[in-house]
Design a protein around this ligand. Sequence first.
Ligand code: NDP
Length: 336
Amino acid sequence: NRRVVLAARPNGLPKPSDFRLEQAAVPEPGAGQVLLRTLYLSLDPYMRNMMDPVAPIYTTSIPIGAPIAGGTVNRVVASKHPKFGSGDLVLGNAGWQDYALSDGSDLVPLGDMAKPSLALGGLGMPGFTAHVGLLDIGEPKPGETVAVAAATGAVGSAVGQIAKLKGARAVGIAGGADKCRYAVEELGFDACIDRRDPRFAELLAAACPDGIDAYFENVGGEVFDAVLPLLNVGARVPVCGFISHYNDQALPPGPNRTPLLMSALLQKRIRMQGFIILDHYGERFETFRREMGAWVEQGRVKLREDRVDGLENAPEAFIGLLQGRNFGKLVVRVAE
Ligand code: NDP
């Protein structure tokens, strides 16, 4: 039973030595438990927050020496639980390890899903995040301009494609020319601007001649600085994440730009609203699953996966995610 544990708390961008690959005994399921074999492990930005000594209230801090937590697709390999049998395919939370125990309360049966790793991406938590954040908070209307960064990633790619299905203009922001080309040519964005281009702010303004009506915030930082002056009166800003700051150890040096933000919010009557997807499961998830499932089946939404082989490669892949090296939803294939 191999597992990747947190060896040290990252100071800024995590280093390979912040992680350690260990061997442990395969646990035995007790009464009411199942033993899970991990097939796919999802790598997600929130894991960086869990590596800090004090995690945000919606997650917990991982103790030093403990396996890193994470969503997984698992095969039940032994069961002492009445509802699960050996061989069942489930969505679970086994974390960065080959085997884990569960009492079943966190498991979702996946039946004979053809491509189960999608349950970690566009058909699961990240896709649901895009659906709730864009539709319930961003409220895109036909003809409006919707902007989103990390536009080829798990959440952003779904945001742009759903915006198009709702009749809006979708403007993506992504790191690199190949990601931008893919967003336009394959995902159907109307435009996509490279955040690494020295003329980024200028190019973004040119791509949004009528301003921005809904900005789905994934990254913060310099991207948000370029977006803020383009927001229209009545714009909606679902605040989903701000990955460009996840490695920060302190607030950036001044000047204090809060008054600029306050002034824009006030004068343009902008609604900026944070949300945590964990709050929205229940019935809302069923609506998402039905709609997104149909869009994917009809080829109206494309889901790109960036698949890495081998649990031992999870740390490096995760470090890459925090630098934009992934191209699509990042998933580790742990076993067949
Ligand atoms: P992605 O698949 O989009 O991968 C992360 C991407 O972020 C990278 O590929 C890169 O895209 C971009 N990025 C990385 N570092 C920086 C940086 N310094 N500056 C700007 N962009 C950067 O991840 P997800 O789709 O899983 O997550 C997207 C966002 O959604 C994250 O902020 C995440 O925390 C948030 N989230 C929030 C949830 C909630 O409940 N509120 C739930 C799920 C996700 P590129 O190279 O194209 O710029």
